[in-house]
Design a protein around this ligand. Sequence first.
Ligand code: ATP
Length: 452
Amino acid sequence: MEKDLMSKIISLCRRRGFIFPSSEIYGGFGSGYDFGPLGVEMKNNIKQAWWEEMTRKQENIVGLDAAILMSPQVWQASGHLTAGFADELVECKKCHHRFRKDFLKENKCPDCGGELTPPRKFNLMMKTFVGPVEDEAAGTYLRAETCQGIYLNFLNVLNSMRLKIPFGIAQIGKAFRNEITPGNFIYRTREFEQMEMQWFCRPQEADKFFDYWKTQRIKWYLGLGIKKENLRAVEVPEKERSHYAKRQIDIEYKFPFGSPRFGGEAGWQEIEGIHNRGDWDLSNHSKHSGQDLKYFDEETKEKYFPYIIETSAGADRSFLTFLIAAFHEIKGGRTKTTKAVKEEEVVLRLDKRLAPIKVAVLPLVRNKPELVKKAREVYQMLKPYFTCQYDELGSIGRRYRRQDEIGTTLTLTIDFESLKQEDLTVRDRDTMLQERVKIKDLIEALKEKLEK
Ligand code: ATP
């Protein structure tokens, strides 16, 4: 049943232009995915909602967009080339925990008993070459996490923006990891997007801010429609933590796939990590670059490495989470007026901020030129204000179903009355209630509905 749910979601994504397999005509490539016309709208909406929350709504968080390609010394300093990443690794095919081969007593996963991949000299960093000569000197890596670009710009941002601790730097961007076992659709891929905020604070305030940001981040998911019972925060035990983390909490969602981590129920999988990175990054970059990345605290007259609290979310994993949470199947169809003999109907109950299409415009029928003309006029009028779709193909019921299936928030229908009364019906996706609104008042009315 649960597996079935994933295949229905994957099929919807493909059929309706949310997500396609990458390089499909060549048989796919590296378990990558491309976001289609509706997918890119929805993903942009997720990133926009995160940016709003983490920069505009905050007083002391600024944004950054750093380069993907950085000096290879960055990865030496960050520990990505040394801290276990370049050893012989095996990965459990079930729970995805990775182990140094030489640390294992038996050839099975010590956490869940699952089958292991063959050992490989494995570094998750993706190597590439910069410039025309492919030799060691030109080698670097595609970034494995976006945050390093933030640490490198710590002083640039601090000085140019005249900031004082505590403050944050937020960034959204692509990251690359040569995952041994990608899978579960877009849950684990080799190219993905992160939405990260790094909060620089006094070391003695790190615990307080860790708890603060954990609460804020959970609220963000709940505020966008994730149910409380499907979300949890798990304290990660020391031996499981990332090499830089003094403390780590994983925010997990109950997915319809996946084996249990650290024991417990199946399905719970990480969507975001909250980390207390201590002074790991700034002190290591100081050491490796020879630059003094300490902060002078004017209040206490002390010089120190700020501690960093990181909130690290995945745009793709958030996408999958919101999609699964929104997916509803209604047996026998939604309409009560006709007999319930129809097959299952799908409604994507996405939060209106995330829905890829906010407004669909439909003429009641397409063989009446006056209706089509009016509907197209309305569509042209609304296009600059909302993401709109014009749809005239098929019966009106079918078109409503098509819009419900892609999560369109409001559907407008131009009928014969509209021609006389200069109005139309506005149908709400979730309640299916219809309301007549005058065309002259439409933009304001829709703004009101979509923004409140
Ligand atoms: P996992 O244990 O699942 O491999 P991680 O602990 O290595 O994840 P972090 O390094 O904490 O992940 O990265 C922060 C976030 O980036 C994750 O919570 C996730 O949302 C996203 N992320 C990490 N790796 C991937 C991936 N391969 N595909 C998609 N998203 C990812």
